[in-house]
Design a protein around this ligand. Structure first.
Ligand SMILES: Cc1cc2nc3c(=O)[nH]c(=O)nc-3n(C[C@H](O)[C@H](O)[C@H](O)COP(=O)(O)O)c2cc1C
Length: 163
């Protein structure tokens, strides 16, 4: 028999643990933890991230129209916790954590090279139905550490020790 849950906040679980990296128009890098993520379309491939407008990252994604979704490993827990609790408004989190990064190929944002999967997205539209602005991003490229790809380019999710 089923009963009605009283607390319906965040009822869709589990969700992937992600770190979204972005850049402002002056070239400053930033990253935050984002739990609001979803697949949106298969063709073209599109995904979504939800960012609260008061987050420092929010205006950055608006300004440059791009972001990267990075999937962290369990060994990245310290950095993940920091990025999800401290704001780029108060400090440069990349410097504080000595984050390793490289340029994305299609969007104006950094890729976190310590994460085994990084998904480059360009914003095609956004909407704000409630607390979060939902940025729908066209997936421009998915970068995967070589060891987690088979010879056909399929991602070997089970081999990864994701958070
Ligand atoms: C597990 C977890 C999930 C989170 N999910 C989101 C989210 O989906 N959207 C969001 O705007 N903030 C989310 N946050 C909060 C931001 O990561 C956090 O406020 C961060 O410090 C914002 O950084 P910024 O101000 O540099 O952008 C989450 C935090 C944690 C720990």
């Amino acid at each position: 028999m089923k009963k009605l849950a009283r607390n319906t906040v965040l009822c869709l679980q589990p969700v992937p643990q992600t770190i979204v990296s972005c850049r402002d128009k002056e070239g400053h890098n930033n990253a935050l933890v984002v739990g609001f993520t979803a697949n949106v379309s298969l063709d073209p491939v599109m995904v979504m991230v939800g960012i609260v407008p008061t987050r420092h990252s929010h205006h950055m994604v608006k300004e440059t129209g791009g972001f990267v979704i990075n999937l962290p490993k369990k060994s990245f827990r310290k950095e993940y916790d920091y990025l999800g609790s401290r704001s780029g408004r108060d400090e440069d989190k990349f410097t504080a954590l000595n984050l390793q990064w490289t340029e994305a190929s299609f969007v104006d944002a950094p890729i976190l090279t310590d994460c085994p999967v990084s998904i480059e997205c360009s914003v095609v539209e956004s909407t704000r139905p409630g607390s979060h602005e939902l940025f729908i991003g066209k997936v421009e490229a998915v970068h995967v550490d070589e060891e987690y790809l088979d010879d056909r380019g399929n991602i070997l999710w089970d081999k990864m020790d994701l958070l």
